[in-house]
Design a protein around this ligand. Structure first.
Ligand code: NAD
Length: 324
């Protein structure tokens, strides 16, 4: 594989930070772009631009001279950020503006290939009301009825990228990520997602104490460790398949069982209390038939292994914070 000049937008974030490291390890020249530096690690990028990609000129500077673009920047968070309704206008405006500018500037700059990170949140609510039998096959997305504005923006942007492929010949690759987790992601402050929030709560709880789970905890999800997500992104980018395709685990678990698994990893038996909170859909898991058929690969690593690494990293963050 030849060395490429690539830009990762959203490189100061969780998945972007891991992707930069992987692309550098493969020998590519990497530019990272983000509103902020990476919070938890020194970026491995050759060049790092602090820029607001809602601004057209910043988007032009981000893609200038690049062969490939990995567009991961988004106004993003877990259920506590995306599903309360309070941030809907910002989420739609900010993420749509980023996508409009980065994609169009990339086309005019003559980039070859553009990766776009969509989400499982595009899938219709009606197919995710049964915790045990959700349907997230790629072709179930229409008629569209995502349960959040975040999902609607992702669906709009998927369509935007596909039009640039049809009308302008930009080679796009679109993945729908399903709950990616791992070290060096947001773990506190309100934007964290369930695995990080549960790891933090377990790490912070006193021996014999309790942790809170939103709702009755019987809602189901699947969680994919970040290394396998990046593997899927790279395989998709090197393939001739545009997607959209799921990149997620199909190992579904309830939030209560996820909490129990983290307690087991931490050797910390705690009790669960259930409180009201933003929940999202009742059940969700990745359907991996399409990725297997088109890429000859699917995620396969056990949840426990990735969760153990994530718990160790978050427990360390909690310990450092309490020392401060
Ligand atoms: P993240 O929030 O850690 O990273 C996103 C980054 O985008 C942040 O560092 C943020 O500062 C940056 N950003 C936001 N607005 C910007 C702007 N105007 N200009 C420049 N940078 C800006 O999130 P993540 O978990 O790493 O997610 C990466 C991508 O994958 C996002 O597009 C997200 O929607 C998508 N996704 C993630 C998951 C998941 O489980 N983590 C699931 C589905 C989809």
């Amino acid at each position: 594989m030849s060395q490429r000049r690539v830009v990762v937008t959203g490189a100061g974030g969780f998945i972007g930070g891991h992707l930069v490291r992987r692309l550098k390890a493969e020998g590519h020249w990497v530019r990272g772009v983000d509103l902020k530096p990476h919070e938890f690690a020194q970026s491995a990028a050759d060049e790092f631009l602090i820029a607001d990609l809602r601004d057209r000129r910043a988007a032009e500077a981000a893609v200038a001279g690049m062969d490939d673009v990995y567009q991961l920047a988004a106004d993003m968070g877990g259920a506590g950020y995306l599903f309360t309704g309070e941030n809907d206008a910002a989420v739609m405006h900010n993420s749509a503006a980023i996508n409009l500018h980065v994609l169009d500037a990339g086309r005019l700059a003559g980039v070859t290939r553009v990766f776009y990170s969509s989400s499982a949140c595009v899938y219709p609510e009606r197919n995710q009301q049964d915790a045990q039998h959700p349907n997230c096959a790629e072709d179930s997305v229409y008629p569209a009825a995502p349960d959040s504005e975040y999902g609607w923006e992702k669906l709009f942007s998927e369509r935007l990228y596909l039009t640039y492929m049809r009308n302008y010949g930009v080679e796009v690759r679109i993945a729908r990520f399903h709950n990616i987790f791992g070290p060096e992601g947001t773990w506190t402050g309100g934007r964290e997602k369930a695995p990080a929030a549960i790891c933090r709560k377990v790490a912070e709880a006193p021996e014999g104490g309790a942790i809170e789970v939103w709702g009755d905890g019987e809602q189901t999800r699947s969680f994919l460790y970040v290394d396998e997500c990046i593997e899927g992104v790279r395989r998709l980018m090197e393939s001739d398949f545009a997607g959209p395709v799921n990149i997620g685990s199909d190992d579904m678990i309830s939030l209560n069982d996820l909490a129990r698994l983290v307690m087991d990893i931490a050797h910390k038996p705690l009790s669960l209390t259930h409180t009201a909170g933003p929940l999202g859909v009742r059940g969700r898991t990745s359907d991996n038939r399409l990725i297997e058929a088109r890429l000859g690969w699917r995620p396969s690593q056990p949840l426990r292994a990735g969760l153990a690494r994530t718990y160790a990293w978050i427990a360390d963050q909690v310990a450092r914070q309490s020392e401060r």
